[in-house]
Each structure stands twice: as structure tokens, then as C-alpha cells.
Design a protein around this ligand. Structure first.
Ligand code: ATP
Ligand code: MG
Length: 180
């Protein structure tokens, strides 16, 4: 289920609209220190619903908006769009192409969209649940995560295996059913 394209506007160091198109296979992103490589992976995580500003190296969520430089004033909007090729139906939606967009304004909450239709964060989460590419999944392994997995408690390691094996969704459904 390939991520075919990533569009970034006003997110962190990406003040100008930037589009990255990913060819099939492995993509490497290289560049000098501070050039924005980590900001790209953070843009992907953010659009998939990341809720922790600290997890994005900020204090508050609006910190992801371009803060300005000596030469450029700050912006008031950050917007990231992920475009997935869903012909294999890896994501739970009946469209061949899926555009996931997240926006945030300086004073506001995040807005989420699936194929340009406004939706809830919950809809984004259920789209990715057990696809193996959710924001909590192991498709994104940040620095320090490898060590954390090795050092985790048995129960935590079990939940990692459950998420990877795809049984996590049934646990969530069971918990929801039991609460009713
Ligand atoms: P390294 O090789 O050191 O890991 P990197 O290529 O991963 O570097 P990033 O951490 O992605 O670099 O980018 C850091 C840059 O992004 C810094 O110059 C920082 O000032 C800039 N930056 C981060 N947040 C914002 C923001 N909200 N507005 C403007 N610039 C930002
Ligand atoms: Mg980095």
C-alpha cells in the first residue's frame, strides 16, 4: 500500500508548498544537518493523527507551523496531505486513491480530511488501524524506539506483537462492546 505523494505547506521548515513524489521501492532522504529530514517524517506522522506535540519536538501543537526566519515572517497555517495508492485496499476505504489531509491554524484545533471531506481524528485512526502503518505502528521507528522495544516489559512487548499481527483491532472492538 504505497505512499505515493506527500504535500507540505507551512509545516515546520517547509514554508513554501513542497511536494515529494515517492517512486516504488525504497526512498532514502539525505541532506545536511538541520535541512528538514526529520521534519518530513514528522509531517507524515502528524497527518496520520499524532496527538503529542512533544513527540514532534514542540511544546504545543501550533508549534508545527512555520515560525519564521530572519528573512521571512511566520505563517498562520500548516497543512500536510498524504496520498496513498489504495488499489490493493490495504486501507479501509473503497477508493483507489486516498488523500489524507490535516490542517492547523495558530489559534485552532486540527482539522482532518479524507479525500477533501472533513472528518474526525477517529476516522483517520480507523482507516489505518491494523494496516501496519498507523501513527503508533512499527512502520515508523524513530531513534530510540529500537532500544525501547528491547527494554520493554513483557506486557508491552505483547501489545507490540498484537499490533504487528493485526489482532489489535479486535481487542479495541471487544473493549468498546464491553463498555456498552
Ligand atoms: P539532522 O541531520 O541533524 O537530524 P534534519 O535534516 O533531520 O537534521 P530537522 O530536524 O528535520 O533536520 O530540521 C530542523 C530544522 O527545522 C531547524 O533548522 C529548525 O529551525 C527548523 N524548524 C523546526 N520547526 C520549525 C518551525 N516551526 N518553523 C520553522 N523552522 C522550523
Ligand atoms: Mg533528523
Amino acid at each position: 500500500m504505497p505512499l505515493s505523494s506527500l504535500k507540505i505547506v507551512g509545516f515546520k521548515s517547509f514554508a513554501d508548498p513542497t511536494t515529494l513524489n515517492f517512486a516504488p521501492g525504497v526512498t532514502g532522504i539525505v541532506g545536511p544537518n538541520g535541512s528538514g529530514k526529520s521534519n518530513i517524517t514528522e509531517a507524515v506522522r502528524w497527518a496520520m493523527g499524532e496527538q503529542s506535540a512533544k513527540g514532534l519536538r514542540g511544546e504545543r501543537m501550533p508549534d508545527v507551523i512555520f515560525a519564521g526566519t530572519q528573512l521571512r515572517p511566520p505563517l498562520n497555517l500548516a497543512e500536510v496531505t498524504l496520498i496513498f495508492d489504495n488499489r490493493g485496499r490495504a486501507l479501509k476505504n473503497d477508493a483507489d486513491t486516498l488523500e489524507i489531509t490535516r490542517k492547523i491554524f495558530r489559534d485552532g484545533e486540527s482539522e482532518f480530511y479524507i479525500n477533501k471531506k472533513a472528518c474526525r481524528l477517529k476516522d483517520i485512526a480507523s482507516l489505518f488501524m491494523d494496516s501496519g502503518i498507523g501513527k503508533e505502528s512499527f512502520s515508523i521507528i524513530s531513534q530510540g524506539k529500537v532500544e525501547a522495544i528491547f527494554n520493554s516489559r513483557a506486557e508491552d512487548r505483547r501489545s507490540i506483537i498484537e499490533e504487528t499481527a493485526g489482532v489489535h483491532q479486535y481487542k479495541v472492538q471487544k473493549d468498546t462492546a464491553l463498555q456498552k
